[in-house]
Design a protein around this ligand. Structure first.
Ligand code: NAD
Ligand code: AKB
Length: 322
């Protein structure tokens, strides 16, 4: 692994912030190049190289590839579901053109050997079975974000089949972590609810009770991401994107899980435009192919995650802790 150089695009987001830290722990600080639209003052990035780069600027991206010669690229830059609905044309441009710049460079420059690009449960739609959503089946996303993820899945598969680009992908559920803030998704409430529990003791939820969605705790998301990237190529039998599951719950269930440790905490419900997005997504994912092909198994359920989230967030809000 020590001969690898890794470029992470969209490093300063919810996933990238933690992934850069994990990758630097494995490959060494100087072998992992973080990049994003703007420089960051987060100390996480101080340990190694950082490039200010817009993935829509193809010339600049190719310059960065020539400069660092990354053998692997993790392409995370995207607009997520809720933000994308506010600017659908730009979301399509960013989510698709950014991906093409990475895939074309991997195909044409002879430097990048492996590409990681995440898809989402948003690639599914109302005609997908909501319970035990299968790996293969109806996919009719209703959001521009979901449409871009489904198209992206087909393109990463196409670049693998047609040109042998070693593409790997996971359909993440909503990601929950305490180290970085989410960036404009429909599942974001499941992060802010923990912050509210330790500060105001009240959460205003933009989804209705009963809105069950698939979720994944960040340590499990990092484990799955690194495991699929480290798996032997022959084990990666699905080159579009793998279903991945951790847990499923609705807002009233996560509220109850928090109330066990934060008495007096409550949630009020006022659904907004994100309810329709959530209603179009699966509730419970069947991730048996990931388990079978490269040994996926999550470590966290709702209660275990809640204990860990509250324990770690208490350090951020010492004045409010019980
Ligand atoms: P995020 O919004 O938190 O972070 C995205 C990062 O990309 C930001 O730091 C942003 O500044 C950067 N970025 C935006 N435009 C850019 C550009 N033109 N050039 C370079 N960087 C740019 O997103 P995230 O939650 O970290 O998600 C990362 C990836 O994982 C995305 O592809 C997302 O669709 C996918 N995903 C995330 C979740 C989740 O719950 N977080 C779930 C499913 C899939
Ligand atoms: C979102 O809500 O948009 C993301 C996702 C599930 O892709 N968290």
């Amino acid at each position: 692994m020590s001969n690898e150089t890794i470029l992470v695009i969209g490093s300063c987001g919810q996933l990238g912030t933690e992934l850069v830290e994990s990758l630097r722990g494995i490959y060494g600080d100087n072998n992992v190049i973080a990049s994003d639209l703007k420089a960051s003052d987060n100390p996480v990035f101080e340990a190694g190289p950082f490039e200010v780069m817009d993935i829509l600027d193809k010339a600049k991206f190719e310059e960065v590839v020539k400069k660092y010669k990354p053998t692997q690229v993790y392409h995370l830059a995207a607009l997520l579901s809720a933000t994308a609905e506010k600017m659908p044309e730009f979301a399509w441009k960013l989510n698709m053109d950014g991906l093409f710049h990475v895939l074309d460079a991997a195909r044409d420059m002879g430097i990048i050997k492996k590409v990681y690009w995440p898809s989402s449960i948003a690639a599914f739609g109302p005609n997908t079975p909501r319970i035990n959503t299968p790996q293969f089946g109806a996919m009719d996303p209703t959001t521009v974000y979901g449409i871009s993820k489904l198209a992206g899945e087909l393109y990463v598969q196409y670049y693998f089949n047609r040109w042998g680009v070693d593409t790997r992908s996971l359909r993440y559920p909503g990601l929950i972590g305490y180290k970085s803030a989410p960036g404009g998704g429909t599942t974001d409430y499941a992060v802010s609810i923990y912050h509210d529990a330790l500060t105001t003791r009240k959460h205003h939820c933009f989804l209705n009770p009963g809105t069950v969605l698939p979720m994944l705790y960040m340590p499990d998301a990092l484990k799955a991401t690194l495991d699929i990237m480290h798996a032997p190529a022959e084990n990666i039998k699905i080159r579009s994107s793998y279903n991945l599951a951790g847990m499923s719950f609705g807002p009233e269930e996560i509220t109850a899980a928090i109330q066990k440790y934060v008495p007096g905490f409550s949630t009020e419900y006022q659904a907004d435009y994100r309810q329709a997005i959530a209603d179009s997504w699966p509730a419970v994912i069947d991730d048996s192919r990931a388990r079978q092909d490269w040994g996926w198994k999550p470590d966290f359920d709702l209660d275990k995650m809640t204990v860990d989230m509250l324990e770690n967030l208490k350090k951020q809000y010492p004045q409010n802790s019980m």
